[in-house]
Design a protein around this ligand. Structure first.
Ligand code: ADP
Ligand code: ADP
Length: 229
């Protein structure tokens, strides 16, 4: 089944001489349970696509179906409901609350979710079972990002959207963060889309979607990872 069907997606910012064509007609199907990386130069439209898929931004033209629900036809309340129930977000910066432990940061979300994971279980999936009672200041950058991933998955969203989750991390740490997203994908079946600039990280995904100038310039399946899973 397709989680997302994107057709002719266009996004422009501004008007007249200042118009920016962020997306110039994107067609994309995202299969349930897949894990794909969006790779491409800065300014090529990756964040814009992710923000529209996540209901954080709206399209100028085209259609985005989420299990048949047309996000481009939703009003603000419907988009809020969609984001709250169905989407987990991870960004470059972790935005953890410094005065709360890892478990407490995750528990903030599980208190308001319909069908939450136990916070300790969410932290176990990302490999932080030994860090549940640590405060953010006691954790490395990669560990803090994994807490942010645990927080994002604790409500058991259908999709996990990650915008440069490894952007502030060195390569080895970034690889461990991607492994945590991979573990979420495998253990919970969460469909995951991850923006990166890093080719090593891109090679860890099932599929790489190459961006260039507001368009999808190519797609590459990673046969090695598919065979291993
Ligand atoms: P990427 O994620 O590949 O770096 P973005 O989607 O962030 O690319 O940006 C695509 C283009 O849209 C860029 O030219 C960027 O400057 C522009 N852009 C993105 N968001 C906005 C915005 N809110 N207002 C104006 N221009 C924007
Ligand atoms: P990335 O490289 O991850 O796409 P950017 O630095 O391009 O990050 O963009 C970060 C955020 O700033 C994006 O969410 C985008 O919406 C916003 N943004 C990007 N370019 C512009 C712009 N020219 N004007 C206003 N907002 C922008």
């Amino acid at each position: 089944a397709a989680v997302y069907r994107v057709e002719g997606l266009t996004k422009t910012y501004g008007s007249g001489a200042g118009t920016v064509h962020a997306l110039r007609g994107v067609d994309l199907d995202v299969e349930e349970g897949s894990m794909a990386v969006l790779l491409g130069p800065s300014g090529s439209g990756k964040s814009t696509l992710l923000n529209i898929l996540g209901g954080l931004d709206t399209a100028t033209a085209g259609q985005v179906l989420f299990y048949g629900l047309d996000l481009t036809a939703c009003d603000e309340d419907q988009l809020t409901e969609y984001r709250r129930k169905s989407v987990g977000f991870v960004f470059q910066f972790y935005n953890l609350i410094a005065s709360l432990t890892a478990r407490e940061n995750v528990a903030l979300i599980t208190e308001i979710a319909e069908n939450p994971l136990d916070p300790a279980e969410a932290l176990r999936i990302v490999g932080l079972e030994a860090r549940v009672d640590h405060f953010p200041s006691q954790l490395s950058g990669g560990e803090q990002q994994r807490v942010a991933i645990a927080r994002a998955i604790a409500k058991q969203p259908k999709v996990l959207l990650c915008d440069e989750p490894t952007g502030a991390l060195d390569s080895a740490t970034g690889t461990r963060v991607l492994s945590a997203i991979e573990a979420v994908n495998e253990k919970l079946g969460t469909t995951s889309l991850v923006i990166t600039h890093n080719a090593v990280i891109a090679d860890m995904a099932d599929e790489v979607i190459l961006f260039g100038d507001g368009r999808i310039a190519g797609r590459r399946e990673n046969a090695a990872r598919k065979a291993a899973s």
